[in-house]
Design a protein around this ligand. Structure first.
Ligand code: G3D
Length: 179
């Protein structure tokens, strides 16, 4: 699959920005991916089954890969890192058990050579569920304020998609600043 990206990039006339969406199964990655598809998105088409989506805003072209993390297959994440500009880490705000692992995985990704120049968006999902962790609590636990060598943004979202436009807007401005 990795070889396909440069191929797609050469086919396309405009600059593409590769995004990987990572998290455990059932955390809401697919919901977020499709939640991005609002009125501002002028074009989208599913490519290669269901885990890759092309999202083109007026000026910015994102190629989004939805990657499931499974314990036995976590090494597979690495194969998606090549050329990645944005990591979207989805946190299920109800899943306190996974938060420690999520923190480890986040810092592992940030330390990875292939992701050295990437920016990170963390979505605290399922904020609508009673007793879910608040975004500030998650931000604190992930010690986001200590991240100095990557740009990052945290937003909350739920089925209402409330934090998605801000997250996408942030990515758009980062993408513009990078090129
Ligand atoms: P995944 O792609 O990470 O596997 P999905 O996860 O996007 O398929 O979502 C898994 C389930 O969580 C779905 O429920 C979805 O509707 C639900 N979900 C996603 N985001 C939220 C949210 O913010 N709040 C709530 N309450 N539920 C959410 P089903 O029942 O379809 O399996």
């Amino acid at each position: 699959m990795g070889q396909l990206i440069p191929k797609l990039m050469s086919i396309s006339g405009n600059q593409e920005h590769k995004v990987i969406i990572v998290g455990l199964d059932n955390e809401g990655k697919t919901t977020i991916l499709y939640g991005f598809l609002s009125d501002e998105v002028v074009h989208t088409c599913p490519i290669i089954g269901s885990n890759m989506e092309e999202i083109i805003l007026l000026k910015t072209h994102f190629l989004m890969w939805d990657i499931v993390r499974q314990e036995a297959l976590s090494f597979i994440w690495n194969t998606y890192y090549f050329n990645t500009e944005f990591i979207i880490l989805v946190i299920d705000s109800m899943d306190r058990d996974w938060l420690l692992t999520a923190r480890e995985e986040l810092y592992k990704m940030l330390a990875h050579e292939a992701l050295r120049d990437s920016s990170v968006v963390i979505f605290a999902n399922k904020q609508d569920v009673k007793d879910s962790m608040r975004m500030v609590e998650i931000s604190h636990f992930l010690t986001l304020s200590t991240i100095k060598d990557h740009s990052w943004h945290i937003g909350c979202c739920a089925l209402t998609k409330e934090g998605l436009p801000a997250g996408l807007g942030w990515m758009e401005s980062q993408a513009a600043a990078n090129w």
